[in-house]
Design a protein around this ligand. Structure first.
Ligand code: ADP
Length: 454
């Protein structure tokens, strides 16, 4: 049995993992950078080791230091959270070879699904629809233009090693293609150290709908329903909800089955997510698999009542999932708003600094996952998410009313946050009617005066 876990992450997800471990009676070791000494996960974990300077490259991305900390503190397992080393196959392999359980899939599955071109090919062979596009990376511009014409404009140029919405460019004709192809390659090289790109048809105004997967090491693969993550800015999610207001029960069943087939094709183990784009007619296309826990996992937890972090730990421990597909009940509607320290009225400029007063909302159907507190200094070295507000109820209407109420109660002084923006969205008829696609944010920002969310 796993007795002690090293948490190779920071912020709210590190805290979330500490909490799950406490309930399971498992000891925790926090590793942290010099910028995170004051962080709640460091204060609440059983033990803590500083692994380096504030930059991620000097701390949270230093696999060697993390493994050394694991050996010094004699842990049995490492939970990587999301981001940082969570989808790094080499790190998972290092853990495996040091006899430390990596709480996630086998390194082989990470490698397979981490290369977006290989991932698409793998799921296509399992009969899951994919976005029409190039078979793999395209090295040569002349070749690339030919393929773009064949797919038909508009097309999207994407980094093979992509993530976090970076390295993606849209082209509407041969001329813009030539330009965007080079920009995408440069961006990908800078962001991922790998300039390889591939091309897909650009689906216009789709919905982003993803399925949560849970799989054990005994061959059982289940899905825990979908999350609609269509509200995005620059391909980055801002709001997630479940169930999707768009899916019919037939389409939900079809997509759920396809998601399970995709995970089976990757010989998947542990928690993961199959992401789809869905067009206005209900055609759905696989875009990628995330081989880790996701930011938006609480939405699924509140709908199903299943604790995903605990399940991840149990699966890593070799245990069988104790329930079947038919046992999973979807009885609630849940919505999550990502609370970022950013100024939406100034093009989402990061707003690090010291939080003055911090007061989180509460009451029936409200969950706040956050590492922030009064006096907490938000470091400028990491992403700007300082918390997640998740509200749930028996219907979408109840969840919407509740999250508007909770946003109105949420006080974070001293820094700018996305709270006023979320409030404005929760009062917007297009969102309330469940009509948001991935084009929603651009439209919303263009028709809403900035002083409404400053
Ligand atoms: P990342 O790994 O960087 O998050 P994804 O492949 O998951 O990239 O795509 C992120 C978002 O980009 C999607 O949710 C969608 O909004 C947009 N996107 C990606 N591929 C397409 C496509 N073929 N057509 C239209 N939009 C797309």
């Amino acid at each position: 049995m796993i007795q002690k876990i090293l948490i190779a992450n920071r912020g709210e997800i590190a805290l979330r993992i500490v909490r799950a471990c406490r309930e399971l009676g498992i000891k925790t070791l926090a590793v942290y950078s010099e910028a995170d000494v004051q962080s709640l996960h460091v204060q609440l974990a059983d033990e803590a080791i500083c692994i380096g300077g504030p930059k991620s490259a000097d701390s949270y991305l230093r696999a060697d230091r993390i493994i050394s900390a694991a050996e010094i503190a004699d842990v049995d397992a490492i939970h990587p959270g999301y981001g940082f080393l969570s989808e790094n196959a080499k790190f998972a392999e290092q853990c495996e070879s040091c006899n430390i359980k990596f709480i996630g899939p086998k390194s082989k599955s990470i490698k397979m699904m981490g290369d977006k071109a290989v991932a698409k090919d793998t799921v296509r062979k399992a009969g899951v629809p994919i976005v029409p596009g190039s078979d793999g990376p395209i090295e040569n511009e002349t070749e690339a233009v030919k393929i773009a014409r064949k797919i038909g404009y508009p097309v999207i140029i994407k980094a093979v090693a992509g993530g976090g919405g970076r390295g993606m460019r849209i082209a509407h004709n041969d001329i813009s293609f030539a330009k965007e192809y080079h920009v995408a390659r440069n961006e990908a090289e800078k962001a991922f150290g790998n300039g390889a790109v591939y091309i897909e048809r650009y689906i216009e105004k789709p919905r982003h709908i993803e399925f949560q997967i849970l799989a054990d090491s005994h061959g059982k693969v289940l899905h825990l329903g979908e999350r609609d993550c269509s509200v995005q800015r620059r391909h980055q999610k801002l709001i997630e909800e479940s169930p999707s207001p768009f899916l019919s029960s037939d389409l939900r069943k079809k997509m759920g089955k396809a998601a399970v087939r995709a995970a089976e094709a990757a010989a998947y183990e542990n928690a993961g997510t199959i992401e789809f784009l869905v067009d206005a007619k209900g055609n759905f296309y696989f875009i990628e698999m995330n081989t880790r826990i996701q930011v938006e996992h609480p939405v699924t937890e509140e709908c199903t009542g299943i604790d995903l972090i605990k399940q991840q730990i149990l699966v890593a421990n070799g245990e069988k999932l104790s329930f079947d597909q038919g046992d999973i009940k979807f009885e609630k509607h849940a919505i999550e708003c990502r609370i970022n320290a950013e100024d939406p009225s100034r093009n989402f400029a990061p707003s690090p600094g010291t939080i003055g007063l911090y007061y989180a909302p509460g009451g029936h159907g409200v969950r706040v996952d956050s590492h922030a507190y009064s006096g907490y200094v938000i470091p400028s070295h990491y992403d700007s998410m300082i918390g997640k507000l998740i509200c749930f109820g028996t219907t979408r209407k109840v969840a919407l009313e509740r999250i508007y109420r909770a946003l109105s109660e949420y006080i974070i002084r001293g820094v700018k946050t996305t709270i006023p923006l979320h409030k404005a969205i929760m009062a917007d008829p297009v969102f309330i009617e469940g009509k948001a696609t991935t084009a929603y944010m651009e439209d919303f920002m263009s028709r809403t005066p900035p002083d409404l969310f400053s």
